[in-house]
Design a protein around this ligand. Structure first.
Ligand code: ZN
Length: 498
């Protein structure tokens, strides 16, 4: 190969080519007048971030994810014919059909997992009643017109560490479905992609992770009422807030079926979108102002969670599935259950197919002008869902093994200088040793680029560090990690004078 090249190109040309490639790979190290220019401050400290270490237990868990089981789950959910939440207030549904029959079946799956692990899961219905609405979504027609029972199905894998067990990570999908008419409980509403696929992710995650033990608690959920107005997730998020859950992360899988439509060349089965809220529109005005002024609008807890999903993807699914950060709460004209958790102050993201086919969602099953409409199982790709399930499982397991997020993270802004002083409090509900990793990125970049172990810096304390990097040119985050390098999501510092 080299000899062949040498025959065709003179050595000088090759040398020039190699120099050009090297120069473009490391622009900061361009030589000028024979001397090597110093690197930029944010490159001179620490190192480009590498994928985190693979935890053998998590790697073993991922191998157990089964596309065949996911297929069976979706086939079974579709067989309930119509899982519209409104149906739970109706008495005349055919036996074995409807949303409540689906809830019974989902609970039976969690109960089965629990039996297999010697009762490791606490499985329950989380019941409430939705009162009739005055108006529906966006002021439209009401989608609940009579008191309607709402049944979320919840399975809790309690953490094994008495302190860390208070920390919770949660995965959810909605098991209700709909037709074109969101009130119709009579027709066929298979909801294979929206959202039997997300429900199947919760089920598969419970099945796989219940075979292992983690310090922190993992909650597996299937909610109802999404299509009527996010009712099931709202009820659960409100409960989490009222009961004071230390809920660090919510992964909402909604439409992760990898829609496969003949002739669609723009679908990608290697990508999954991760939507997250930036600035919280319901935050106090003073906080919103501060975030806008300091450019912190892409460093919300939900954005940090999305970055954590990216990091987990790089560690456990390289070449298999790329999570892609979408810097918005959700798609246009659509909402999802992660928003219910955001509204109660929790970090939550939404995972969704790279490309949706709107003929295969929220549509009556029919053939019209030769085109098939409806959310049918034939458009679902079980291998794609399995990859999404692996991403969820790896994220849940990582976060349930990590120390939790550092608290009161702040960047000290008491004087004008080109250093950065960061201070933080340790995570709550973690009694084991903690290492801190400081991560940063240029302000024009969206994902973390560089990192350093805080303890490597002289003059630092266990909960502070001074870095010779200008805080004006980068965004920082602080992550808490185990001694084996399993880290929680980063927390962005808030400006502080002390
Ligand atoms: Zn949905």
């Amino acid at each position: 190969m080299i000899a062949g090249l040498m025959r065709r190109f003179p050595a000088v040309l090759l040398f020039t080519l190699a120099s050009l490639i090297l120069a473009s790979a490391a622009p900061a190290q361009q030589a000028s007048r024979g001397t090597v220019a110093p690197r930029l401050d944010f490159q001179a400290v620490g190192a480009p971030l590498q994928p985190g270490p693979v935890d053998p237990q998590i790697a073993a868990a991922l191998k157990q994810v089964s596309p065949q089981r996911i297929r069976q789950d979706i086939e079974r959910l579709v067989a309930f014919r119509n899982r519209n939440t409104v149906g739970s207030a109706e008495k005349n549904l055919a036996p074995g059909t409807g949303v409540l029959a689906a809830a019974d079946w989902i609970k039976a799956q969690f109960d089965g997992d629990s039996k297999a692990c010697g009762g490791c899961l606490e499985v329950s219905f989380d019941d409430s009643v939705v009162q009739p609405e005055k108006a529906g979504f966006g002021g439209g027609s009401p989608r609940i017109v009579q008191p309607t029972p709402l049944r979320d199905v919840v399975a809790i894998l309690k953490g094994t560490d008495p302190v860390a067990a208070k920390r919770i990570v949660l995965v959810t999908g909605h098991y209700d479905s709909r037709e074109t008419d969101v009130m119709n409980t009579a027709g066929l509403a298979p909801g294979a992609n929206d959202d039997a696929s997300g429900t199947a992710v919760s089920l598969e995650a419970a099945r796989v992770l219940s075979r292992y033990k983690f310090p922190g608690t993992i909650v597996f959920v299937a909610v109802a009422g999404e299509e009527q107005g996010l009712y099931g997730s709202h009820a659960l998020a409100e409960r989490a807030r009222k009961e004071g859950w230390d809920l660090e992360a919510v992964l909402n899988n909604d439409i992760v079926g990898g829609d496969t439509t003949h002739g669609d060349r723009l679908q990608s089965k290697r990508r999954v979108r991760v939507f997250s809220q930036g600035i919280d529109p319901s935050a106090p005005l003073q906080q919103i102002r501060r975030e806008l002024i300091t450019g912190a609008d892409s460093d919300s807890p939900s954005r940090q969670l999305a970055r954590e999903v990216m990091a987990v993807g790089r560690t456990y699914l390289p070449g298999s599935l790329d999570p892609v950060m979408e810097l918005r709460l959700d798609r246009f004209l659509r909402g999802g259950d992660h928003y219910s958790f955001n509204q109660e102050g929790f970090a939550a993201v939404r995972l969704t197919d790279w490309r949706e086919n709107f003929d295969h969602q929220h549509q009556d099953v029919r053939v019209q002008d030769g085109k098939q409409y409806g959310d049918l199982i034939k458009y679902v790709d079980f291998h794609y869902i399995a990859r999404v399930a692996r991403l969820n499982i790896a994220t849940l397991a990582t976060l349930a093994s990590a120390p939790g997020v550092p608290r009161k993270v702040r960047v000290i802004t008491s004087e004008l200088d080109n250093d950065t002083v960061l201070r933080w409090d340790p995570p709550q509900n973690w009694a084991q040793p903690v290492k801190y990793q400081i991560v940063w990125r240029e302000t024009r970049i969206n994902d973390w680029q560089y990192g350093v172990d805080a303890a490597r810096f002289p003059g630092g304390t266990p909960d502070s560090v001074r870095l010779p990097i200008s805080k004006d040119n980068v965004f920082f985050g602080v992550r808490a990690c185990t001694t084996k390098g399993i880290c929680s999501q980063a927390v962005a510092p808030v400006p502080s004078r002390k």
